[in-house]
Design a binder for this molecule. Structure first.
Ligand code: SF4
Length: 432
């Protein structure tokens, strides 16, 4: 008898992706055929793993569910289940508004999802994942939840307190991912730099990364979602001295004005931000810093926005993303502050920041002309193979394009490339 097909659709961040991978492992272990983000209409049961972080993401989740509700009414699918952050936040409203959904489950609802689909939750498969990212890189979610109090953020309310994943379980996952051909590991969490504070009563991300780097097959380790305040000194040393740890750090600063940072309850000052960046660049001169900024948070007047633009001009981040403030009910900011700027004004500010960043990125890229880099191949695009230096994270940063005419390359392969042309974000290279 043909296996029943389940299609899992993952929305939101890479942490959601890992949750979906746990679900794929459980359902595969129950003899279901599991598809991920597939358009295959033969999968009569669909599970949506939702995001509930900010307006845009919530809207995308709601639209996805509504489209599938229509498909269910049309008889294209039989069963529809929803889990994750949006369901965690708005279960009652969603039940009332979208009756086509068979059931809703929160962020800790994995067991219930498996049961609702008709499987048994297998303790033997706890911590097991079936990677849905390309075979040569994978995400390693080292903790769940967050203990910080950023005033605009609803995540601690959705995901709860910071809970580190035991080191043995992470090393076990890493070994299995490496056995399956994973070469690059992206370390993720809500707040990765707090790893261990609960379980081991101290921050011990440096040790974890060191032990991960000793797993055979893992060639690159990339750190995401670091917190700028209280950055462990041992981690900086490990990043400097460990050749397998990419000279790359994703560290969201959100803002730089003391007034706005206070309103955001970020626990860092303007001076603290500049000092931290100066220290990191002194210790690891070629590090690529990726950051995320937020514009339009209450308290950001013209002067504070000018400060933010000056911060971007002066620091010259290698990689930068910017988001407009989204007032989220249940947050400190929504309770205490007036969201005075229109979405249009916020959008305009975000665009202004990106205009400055585009120019910086183009200048930083043009300085790479003629230089040689070790590239991991990700795939193909037209006449080119695409790949990334250690300074580029998949899906969010730039790519290196190498002519296919220069010979076959496979995803996950490393190749040395000399840069022969540059654009604002992407580079063109020839095999060295
Ligand atoms: S560090 Fe701040 S922004 Fe990030 S998840 Fe925690 S509370 Fe939210």
């Amino acid at each position: 008898m043909a296996k029943r097909k389940i299609n899992i659709i993952t929305l939101g961040c890479s942490k959601n992706m890992v949750d979906s991978e746990y679900l794929v492992a459980q359902l595969t272990g129950n003899n279901f055929e599991v598809l991920h983000d597939s358009n295959d209409e033969s999968a009569k049961t669909v599970v949506v793993n939702t995001c509930g972080f900010i307006d845009e993401a919530k809207q995308e989740s709601v639209n996805t569910i509504l489209n599938l509700a229509r498909a269910k009414r049309a008889g294209i699918i039989d069963r529809l289940f929803v889990f994750g952050c949006l369901a965690e936040r708005y279960k009652k409203d969603l039940i009332a508004e979208i009756p086509e959904v068979d059931d809703f489950f929160g962020v800790r609802g994995l067991q219930d999802v498996v049961k609702a689909i008709g499987g048994d939750y297998k303790e033997s498969l706890v911590g097991e994942r079936v990677a849905v990212s390309p075979a040569h890189y994978a995400y390693l979610k080292i903790s769940e939840g967050c203990n910080r109090h950023c005033s605009y953020c609803i995540i601690p309310k959705i995901r709860g307190k910071h809970v580190s994943v035991p080191k043995e379980l992470l090393l076990n996952q890493t070994r299995k991912l490496a056995e399956r051909g994973v070469k690059e590991l992206l370390v993720i969490a809500q707040d990765s730099t707090s790893y261990g504070i609960d379980l081991y009563r101290r921050k011990c991300l440096a040790e974890l990364l060191h032990e991960i780097s000793e797993v055979a097959g893992i060639e690159r380790i990339r750190l995401h979602y670091a917190y700028p305040a209280g950055f462990p000194a041992a981690l900086l040393a490990e990043m400097r001295d460990n050749p397998k740890i990419c000279k790359y750090l994703d560290v969201p600063f959100q803002h730089v004005s003391d007034k706005v940072l206070r309103n955001m309850r970020r626990g860092i000052t303007r001076k603290g931000s500049y000092d931290f960046i100066e220290k990191i660049r002194r210790e690891i001169p070629d590090i690529a810093l990726r950051t995320t900024l937020m514009v339009g948070h209450p308290g950001e007047g013209k002067a504070e926005f000018e400060e933010l633009k000056q911060f971007v001009r002066e620091v010259r981040f290698e990689r930068l993303g910017v988001f407009p403030y989204s007032e989220e009910e249940g947050t400190y900011s929504a309770r205490e502050f007036n969201d005075s700027l229109s979405n249009k004004q916020k959008r305009e500010r975000a665009d202004e920041i990106m205009l400055i960043q585009n120019k910086i990125s183009a200048e930083l890229n043009s300085a790479k002309m003629g230089k040689q880099y070790r590239i991991i191949i990700d795939g193909e695009e037209g006449d080119y193979y695409t790949g990334r230096t250690e300074y580029d994270s998949p899906e969010v940063d730039g790519e290196v394009l190498i002519p296919r005419a220069e010979g076959k390359l496979l995803p996950g392969e490393f190749v040395d490339v000399k840069i022969i042309a540059t654009e604002d974000y992407d580079l063109y290279g020839t095999r060295a």
